[in-house]
Design a binder for this molecule. Structure first.
Ligand code: ADP
Ligand code: MG
Length: 251
């Protein structure tokens, strides 16, 4: 059984609008489409963190974005995650133009369609492993009756069933990141966004997290992994380089 099966259905089933309000047909275009998007931070001089960016990520793709510190990686991830708005240009998520949506609608899209994994895990220190994963279902459209079973299944799949009641503070870095991955996929997101997911892990532990990403990709999940690490980037099916706010395909 695959991880996404554990979480309630095959990849294809998950993309049906089954837990969305409308019955419109599932969108089959790119999950992510940036059109001539820029992000400039005001200042003297202004910082052009993203310059005239076009990017399409198709359903089921595993894309890495590699670039040095300061090249615009986090800015890009914040954009893709609807945590920031473009200065100019458009971002379509599942074909929905997001730039002018009110914050409430952006939050709903974020909660229902995007999973996040961050370098520093961002787990709630005072909550158990199980609660950390369960809390991610609150604004995600996962029916209440399914939440606990899905959290248990997700944690089982990342190998942490024996740590349900532990606080994140007593876990190893690799275990913390596996909790974060379970949390990121429990709501069956349309895309998983990871920002330097192995940045705080040793190389052996990193391998385990990257193996998990491979497995999610095989199950049909769309992944965008942002990294400065060539070995991490090389694990993706498609590689994009970012330098000084400009994206170019590698290879
Ligand atoms: P990376 O993640 O690749 O290290 P960032 O996307 O964080 O790069 O930053 C890209 C550029 O934008 C850097 O020059 C950074 O200093 C600048 N930057 C990022 N966030 C802000 C901000 N909130 N205000 C001003 N400048 C910023
Ligand atoms: Mg960064």
């Amino acid at each position: 059984m695959t991880l996404l099966d554990d979480l309630g259905g095959s990849a294809a089933e998950r993309w049906d609008p089954e837990h969305e309000a409308t019955a419109e047909p599932a969108f089959t275009g790119p999950v992510i489409e940036l059109r001539d998007l820029t992000r400039t931070f005001p200042g003297d001089p202004p910082v052009h963190a993203l310059r005239a960016t076009d990017l399409r990520v198709e359903r089921g793709e595993y894309v890495s974005v590699i670039g040095p510190s300061g090249s615009g990686k986090s800015t890009l991830l914040h954009m893709l995650g609807l945590l920031d708005r473009p200065t100019t240009g458009d971002y379509l998520l599942d074909g929905v133009p997001t730039g002018t949506l009110p914050e409430r609608d952006r939050a709903a899209l974020r909660g229902g369609r995007i999973g996040f994994v961050f370098q520093s895990f961002h787990l709630l220190a005072q909550r158990s492993v199980l609660d950390n994963v369960l809390l991610a279902t609150l604004y995600s459209g996962v029916p209440r009756s399914e939440r606990r079973d899905r959290a248990l299944a997700a944690l089982d799949r990342v190998g942490l069933s024996h740590r349900l009641d532990f606080l994140p503070t007593v876990l190893s870095g690799g275990e913390r990141q596996r909790v974060a991955v379970a949390r990121a996929v429990i709501a069956s997101p349309h895309v998983l966004l990871a920002d330097e997911p192995t940045g705080n892990l040793d190389s052996a532990t990193s391998e385990g997290v990257l193996d998990l990403f491979d497995e999610l990709h095989r199950d049909g999940l769309t992944l965008v992994v942002i990294t400065h690490d060539d070995a991490v980037s090389a694990r993706a099916q498609r590689r994009v380089r970012i330098a000084d706010g400009v994206l170019t395909e590698v290879g």
